[in-house]
Each structure stands twice: as C-alpha cells, then as structure tokens.
Design a protein around this ligand. Sequence first.
Ligand code: SF4
Length: 395
Amino acid sequence: MNVSKSCDKSQRTWPEEPYGLYLHLPFCLQKCPYCSFHSLVGSNSLIDRYTKALFKQIETMASHHWTRTKSPGSIFFGGGSPTIVSPQILGDLLSACLSAYQTNCNDVEISIEVNPATIDRAGLSTLRQAGFNRISIGAQSFHDKELQQLGRPHSAEDICRVIQEAKDAGFTNLSIDLMYGLPGQDEATWQETLHQALKQNPDHFSIYELTLEPGTPFSNLAEKGKLRLPHEDTVLQMMEFTLSLFEDKGYSQYEISNYAKKGYSCLHNINYWQNGSYIGLGSGAVSCLSGRRIRTVRDVEQFCLLLEQGQFPWAEEEILDHEARFRETVIMGLRMTKGVSLSRLQNSYDLDPLDYYGKVLQSLLNQNLVQIEEDRLRLSKKGLPLANFVMAELV
Ligand code: SF4
C-alpha cells in the first residue's frame, strides 16, 4: 500500500468526535480450541521486539494529521492476553499513549483485558498505578470442568482471587466475560456460573454464546460429530434466564452481549457500536477514521520489521462511501438496546432509514422485529435474539 498517498493533506479526513485508541497485544499462554482471534502462543521471545515496535507506532500515529487535533475518549489494551506482557511494560506503553495523545488518565476510560492465569497482586497494583481504571476479566465459566474443556489455563478459584486482588488494587470498574452454549453445559451449570459471577459483584458483564469459528479445533470436532453442544432451545433458555436474572440484579442489557450497572457501560465499545472513529495499534489492528479504514499487517515479525525500518505497518486501506457508512451505522447501532437515533442519521448522512430501506425495513417493523420509538430505531424484545437475521436484512 502506498502509505504516503494516504497521508496526503489533500485527502485528509478528521475524526468528528473523540476517538477510541486500541492497542493489540497478540500473545497467549495457550490457544483456546474455540478461538479464531489473531494471537500467538509460545512466542514470548518476540514480546520485547513487539513492544518496542508498538512504542514506535504510538509515536508515529500520534503525529499523524488525524490525531493531532483531538485526544482519545477511551483507551483499550486487548489481545490475545495483554497481561502476558509485564505490567511494567504495559504501564510504560500506557504512559507513552497518554503523553503522545495528550490525554490524562483521570479523564478517560482505560481498560485492559486480563486472563486470570497471567497476573498477580503486584501486577494488578502496577497496572492501577499506571492509570488503567477498568479491568475486563476473561473468566468464561466458574466451572473447572468447563474451563478445562475450553482450554483455559485458569481455575474458578483463580478468577475469584484476581477479582479480589483487582479490587484491593483500587479498580472500581470491573467487568467479567462469560460464555454459554458450551460443550457439556446445561442450564443448571450455566445458572451456577451466573450466580458465582454475581457473588463477585462486578460492574459489568460481557456474555457471549460459543460460536464455532471455521478452522478451530472445536469446529473440526463438531464436523466429526465429536462435540456435544447444548440443544438450541436450551441455549435460548440460557439467554432468557441471563436477561431476567441480570435485570433482577440491577444490570441493564445495553448491547446484545453486554450488561452493566448504571454508569458502567463500556465507553470504548459504545464508540464502535456508534460507528465512531478509532485507532488500532499493533499487528492486525484496524483503524477507522471518518470512513477510512486501515488494517495493520497481521504478521507480528513483519509488523516489527516495518516499524524498525521506519515504515508504516499498514496492510490495506478501504474507503467506505457515504451509503456504506450509513448502513454500517444503522447495523452497528442496532446492536445497542437503545438503537440508533433517526435525527442523528439524518444530520450525519441526510438519509432516513424508512426511505432508504423501504419495504425491507417495513417488513421488519410489521414482524415486530424492530420498532421505532421517540426518534430511535431499535431491535424489539422479539428481535434481540434474532439480531443476526435482522442485520443481514439491512446490510
Ligand atoms: S486467551 Fe483469548 S485470545 Fe488467547 S487463545 Fe484464548 S480466547 Fe483466544
């Protein structure tokens, strides 16, 4: 890709609102058999080189036309398992971001994903002192047998220990990730996991149904009939139970997979769902600024090499046209329970979904899969579990 062409002042575009800053740390202790994310196992020798390259990328992107005029509204360190990298280095990377992007850690949400097998009390304290103020714990289940089947390198006891140590370190914004629809899981074990998780009193939950990603060991086992997954009716009941239990306990569903106590919705992710601008740093990370989408090279060694040579590590660029951005904004916005604002769509794109989608949207309205209320188009209660179908209609 001709990067210098993309930096041409005549072509520059500007983020309209505060953007999200994402740092990708693509290293894991072991590969979970359901995971198709971009992550490396057994490559710890590369970590030092990779983080040096990241420091360079932080600097170069901060001096770019796009980022000079605005500061990020949120920062998110994700992976992989970011906490495989030493907490001191993670703190240094955050400090480099805060300084390069002229941001104060008290003003923005700064999240880090934590795999419970890769952090201890001292590490959590270091992260908190460095300025991280939100922690997202990849628990997935509170059943050791399920955790083993998922290939997770931690136990339920590890999760509880890390949560307590995070609270002791001063984290007051804590999220737990859980998965349902797991091999061998039934309603009773899922309910036990939820009750165990609620006992930890987190501020936020991300709840994902297991999906079989092509090429993963789980997908291969399923193809051979060797993966015993719960029946789809059971999975639906798990989802319904979750919603009703969380509502009862004071967690609102604000997105298809996310629930939060009042004031604890994840701002970084809301920016994605509102189709806002974001900068992704690290191998395979994607940036999107005002409809210009750029992906960084996925190969970690190539990523390091390009930055060592003083080059931009960008692999490809896509410029979304006006209507494509409008459709993305509608579809991403429908992920949130409050949906999308019609007047905002009108102001930003000069398009009305009712006119634009015509019969397709009318049919979804007639089937009560979506509804329009007080200027907002959103999924109905009936439409929420069928979100994929609705979105496919509106792509
Ligand atoms: S820890 Fe997360 S990123 Fe790493 S392999 Fe497991 S699911 Fe994938």
